[in-house]
Design a protein around this ligand. Structure first.
Ligand code: B12
Ligand code: SF4
Ligand code: SF4
Length: 311
């Protein structure tokens, strides 16, 4: 099954148990402090997030996989021109939800053929699951201080997904729990423009990724001025991480994520109709951002580049 996952192009695959989260208290306190901002859906189903065994009846194990979307050797972006806004790497190619789900479904179908009575539930961001903690358990990497999962040989530019099942999947013989290699490093914390990171926790309300993709209302000027050139998402905490060093080996990325665009023309976005937005976001994970949000983001970037006075 692990071999099958690798044949399907997943860079990493491993098996996690369905024991309760070790960090459930952290999750509850994060939500109690309102750090999820307007992402109300994140405050729902906390019990399920903490107890993955409740995701399906009689859940016994979880297969976790990783899909690489950017190479560490491509960690330096070509400069932007004035009037352009930057897109985060994860959103530059095809929508990962679709790309991963299709292959995970085919893995589940294969397992079902041998075990017709077993149950399977595929997830890629789509279930109340603490994907990073489970992936850490499955040996796919460690949770960095910026909260993303890092693999020592791959870095952090990869997506996670999985299958929870009633089967007792057998972990690969070489699966081991990855130790934390952050050590005394604080580069991500120091580089985050909005001070969103405290070790192993991100206050989403301050995170540029949240502000540009998830936050529907206006963005406070004191945060907007730190958004810089980012029109969709943010990669700064990953760009500065030594484990994504451009000097590292080039990592083969899944072809589906080959970038189709890494920037938007601000004026173009400001003049978009709903139809234009739909066309520009076809097949992309970016469709999460509504038209008014994209125009708001474009205005902020224009102002940060000194192109307009008011937001
Ligand atoms: C909500 C969400 C966001 C929010 C909140 C981010 C956050 N840090 O929680 C926002 C919109 C800000 C966001 C941004 C991004 N996201 Co996001 N996001 C999610 C989502 C849907 C849920 C995360 C969640 O539950 N957060 C709640 C917090 C409290 O949970 P947590 O940080 O995981 O904390 C747990 C553990 O870390 C643990 N813990 C705490 N301390 C410690 C210490 C140690 C040592 C350990 C082991 C554990 C641990 O405690 C908590 C409870 O278990 C996941 C998918 C999923 N279902 O997991 C994707 C996911 C995390 N996002 C992803 C990506 C790619 C991004 C961005 C890089 C996108 C971008 N370029 O703009 C940024 C990165 C920002 C950042 N530094 O986190 C990927 C990450 C892949 C990876 N390699 O880790 C995921 C897994 C999606 C996917 N399927 O691939 N995201
Ligand atoms: S994605 Fe950007 S804003 Fe969010 S925590 Fe990382 S550096 Fe900070
Ligand atoms: S930048 Fe440093 S502290 Fe942050 S995740 Fe990478 S290694 Fe850990």
């Amino acid at each position: 099954m692990i071999e099958h996952a690798k044949r399907l192009g997943f860079a990493l695959a491993g098996v996690a148990d369905v024991d309760p989260s070790k960090w459930g208290g952290q999750l509850r306190s994060w939500i109690d402090q309102g750090k999820q901002g307007e992402m109300d859906w994140l405050a729902n189903h906390t019990d399920l997030r903490i107890h993955p065994n409740r995701l399906i009846d009689d859940a016994r194990s979880i297969l976790l996989v990783a899909d690489v979307y950017a190479s560490r050797s491509g960690n330096i972006d070509t400069p932007l021109k004035q009037g352009q806004g930057r897109i985060a790497r994860y959103a530059r190619g095809k929508d990962y939800h679709k790309v991963m789900k299709k292959r995970l479904m085919s893995l589940a179908d294969d397992l079902r053929a041998d075990h017709p009575d077993a149950k399977f539930k595929v997830f890629v961001d789509t279930a109340p699951v603490l994907e990073r903690e489970l992936a850490h358990r499955a040996g796919l990497g460690w949770v960095g201080k910026h909260t993303l999962l890092i693999h020592p040989k791959i870095g952090s530019y990869f997506f996670l997904g999985g299958i929870v099942t009633t089967l007792d999947l057998v972990p690969p013989a070489d699966q081991r729990s990855e130790a934390d290699h952050c050590g005394t490093c604080t580069r991500c914390i120091d580089a985050c423009p909005t001070d969103a990171i405290t070790p192993y926790s991100v206050d989403a309300r301050k995170c540029i990724s949240y502000l540009t993709i998830e936050h529907r209302s206006d963005i406070k000027p004191e945060l907007a001025k730190h958004i810089g050139d980012w029109i969709y998402g943010c990669d700064i905490c990953q760009e500065v991480c030594p484990h994504n060093s451009p000097k590292s080996d080039a990592q083969p990325i899944n072809d589906a994520y080959a970038p189709t665009r890494d920037r938007f023309d601000l004026l173009e976005v400001l003049n978009w109709s709903e139809d234009d937005r739909r066309k520009a976001f076809q097949g992309s994970a970016m469709k999460r951002a509504k038209l008014d949000m994209m125009k708001r983001n474009a205005k902020i970037v224009a102002q940060n580049q000194g192109l307009t006075q008011d937001q």
